[in-house]
Design a binder for this molecule. Structure first.
Ligand SMILES: Cc1ncc(C[n+]2csc(CCOP(=O)(O)OP(=O)(O)O)c2C)c(N)n1
Length: 567
């Protein structure tokens, strides 16, 4: 049996060194699930006075989503862990989402001993090969002495350049071998992101400033980059200086408050509308900021239309620039530094505010929404749910939206009133069942504000096990389930694109309120739209986990925000 840690000994065990390396990088939270190969690590966590909090989850996928939600709202690296074999395959979806969404999440899977490799050992798996294409950086440890260097490299990779996920496989015997105490150190600034900012080339800044000066109708399209780099002030200053509309992707929401006169809202095929598309189409210069200009944002590279506008592309990842659009000026840089440099170069410019186009587009967009938002139809219209949420929630509430109905409807019609990260979704892969766990991570990251997760019933089926985690930690999180007994987004696609030949998209009705109650979650089931607002307010005010099960219309009967389907 292991002895209590001697915190002054010249050597540590590998497991103790892992704990010290996490602490050295400023880690405060670890989300994870135990296993046979993790016993030394858990024992080190039990014995050492590290001050970190471990949240026991019911599934490694959700541990990774929690780390992701935590990282998104704190600006710190999220850490998750699990055991070998199934622990690695289960943690994987959360790591790949974080990586593709430029969120720094460190996944640690313990592993069978180095000495047992190649002998058909239970749970043996090539974790290095598995994680390599899915993470920004990964390593399999073979020797305890490498632990400090490997952890330093992982934190460096996650928080410099484009942030991303890292994975470390930590074999059982490596956890027990010796590590020199003098090697165990880390730079805590690498535990936050972006930890090392890259400044733009002044030559390209001048070229971009010239294009902006000459443009008559410039439009900004902000991806996730501005919020990641904390560039909200610089976005606002530049937009106001040029009187230029600011549109965002879903990940880019929070680049600007959507109450601002120049804020267009979301563009693209998942959350954009014809009205927001119009603002992009009338531009003579588009500035992509921390945005990959991918299929959803550009509605399959048609808005803006290639060749019809000049393009300035700002991104910290040089490979993004020019991948989809011919670029007139590339700015390889951190978004905050690039926008600050443009503000400085355009110091003399101050155009009078002219936001008529944006105002009219927003009025048209919300006029068609408003009629549906007050509808008393039963089952309840999704628009009504979004409108009631907008009324019930404070501007600083963190809202996490799952794919299906929640993400496109909330990103289109739930105007975020504060700049910064208050509404987010897993936009890279859009896997169902993200919001509940991400909300748990977000709550631990910002416990002083309310956190709400909005999901379809398809998503509920993929995350319900974590209700027990919410209850065990008595988390004051509100869950809203849009119940329609169908994979509605896909059924709507079958209607729109395949002549209504519905195939294998309907499933049975679940009473989510009852399921949640059985876990110990306070629940409401709402069928009457006039009772929805009150139920939401009660659930939000409740001091523990709460769920509102809303009996809704399926999407194919409701108006989808955009009739474009992305494939
Ligand atoms: C893990 C995963 N599998 C499949 C999909 C494809 N998919 C996208 S939306 C959707 C339907 C969502 O259904 P539900 O959660 O009930 O929400 P609704 O669309 O009915 O509002 C499906 C199956 C996905 N996004 N994630």
């Amino acid at each position: 049996m292991n002895q209590p840690a001697d915190i002054h000994a010249a050597t540590l065990t590998g497991a103790e060194a892992v704990v010290e390396m996490l602490k050295a990088h400023g880690v405060e939270m670890i989300f994870g699930l135990c296993g046979d190969t993790s016993l030394p690590l858990y024992d080190a966590l039990a014995r050492l006075p590290h001050g970190m909090r471990h949240v026991l989850t019911r599934d490694e996928r959700h541990a990774a989503y929690m780390a992701d939600g935590y990282a998104r709202v704190t600006g710190k690296v999220g850490v998750c862990e699990g055991p070998s074999g199934g622990g690695a395959t289960y943690i994987l979806p959360g790591l790949v989402e974080a990586n593709e969404s430029s969120v720094p999440v460190l996944g640690i899977n313990t592993d069978i001993s180095v000495a047992s490799r190649g002998r058909y050992t239970l749970t043996e798996l090539d974790q290095g090969a598995l994680m390599k294409p899915l993470t920004k950086w990964n390593a399999v440890l073979d020797r305890s002495a490498d632990i400090p260097r490997v952890f330093r490299a992982a934190f460096n990779a996650m928080t410099t350049g484009r942030p991303g996920a890292a994975h470390i496989a930590l074999p059982f015997d490596v956890q027990n071998g010796p590590v020199e105490r003098t090697d165990v150190w880390g730079d805590p600034s690498l535990g936050t992101y972006p930890s090392r900012r890259i400044a733009p080339d002044p030559f390209h800044v001048e070229l971009a400033a010239k294009l902006l000066r000459n443009a008559r109708r410039p439009v900004f399209i902000c991806g996730g980059g501005p919020v990641i780099s904390g560039a909200q002030d610089e976005v606002l200053e530049l937009a106001e200086r040029l009187s230029a509309p600011v549109a965002t992707t879903i990940s880019g929401q929070g680049s600007i408050s959507e109450s601002h006169a120049l804020a267009v809202g979301v563009v693209g095929s998942n959350g954009g509308t014809a009205e927001t598309r119009f603002i992009v189409d009338q531009a003579d210069l588009v500035v992509f900021v921390g945005c990959r200009a991918g299929s959803v944002t550009t509605e399959r590279w048609r808005h803006p239309a290639p060749g019809s506008v000049k393009v300035i592309h700002i991104d910290v990842d040089a490979s993004v620039i020019g991948a989809n659009y011919r670029v007139d000026v590339p700015l390889v840089a951190d978004a905050k530094l690039a926008l600050a440099a443009l503000n400085a170069a355009l110091d003399a410019v101050r155009r009078p505010l002219d936001a008529v186009l944006v105002r009219e587009a927003k009025e048209r967009k919300f006029a068609s929404f408003a009629a549906l938002a007050v509808s008393d139809e039963r089952p309840i219209r999704p628009e009504r749910v979004v409108a009631e949420l907008s009324q019930a929630l404070d501007p600083d509430t963190i809202v996490v939206a799952d794919p299906g109905t929640p993400c496109p409807y909330l990103s289109a019609y739930y105007p975020i009133r504060n700049a910064g990260r208050t509404l987010f979704s897993n936009r890279a892969h859009g896997a169902l069942g993200y919001s509940m766990a991400a909300a748990v991570g977000a709550h631990f990251g910002r416990p002083a504000v309310k956190t709400v997760a909005v999901m379809g019933d398809g998503s509920f089926g993929m995350c319900a096990g974590e209700l027990e985690t919410l209850v065990r930690y008595r988390l004051p999180i509100t869950l809203v389930v849009i119940r329609n007994a169908v994979y509605g987004w896909i059924k709507a696609g079958q209607k729109t694109g395949y002549g209504g030949r519905y195939f294998s998209v309907d499933f049975g009705v679940t009473n989510h309120a009852k399921v949640a109650e059985a876990f110990g979650v306070k629940s409401w089931k709402v069928e009457d739209p006039s009772k929805l607002g009150a139920a939401l307010k009660e659930a939000i005010a409740f001091g523990g986990p709460a769920l509102v099960d809303v009996v809704c219309q399926p999407l194919q009967e409701a108006r989808a925000p955009v009739s474009e389907w992305v494939a």
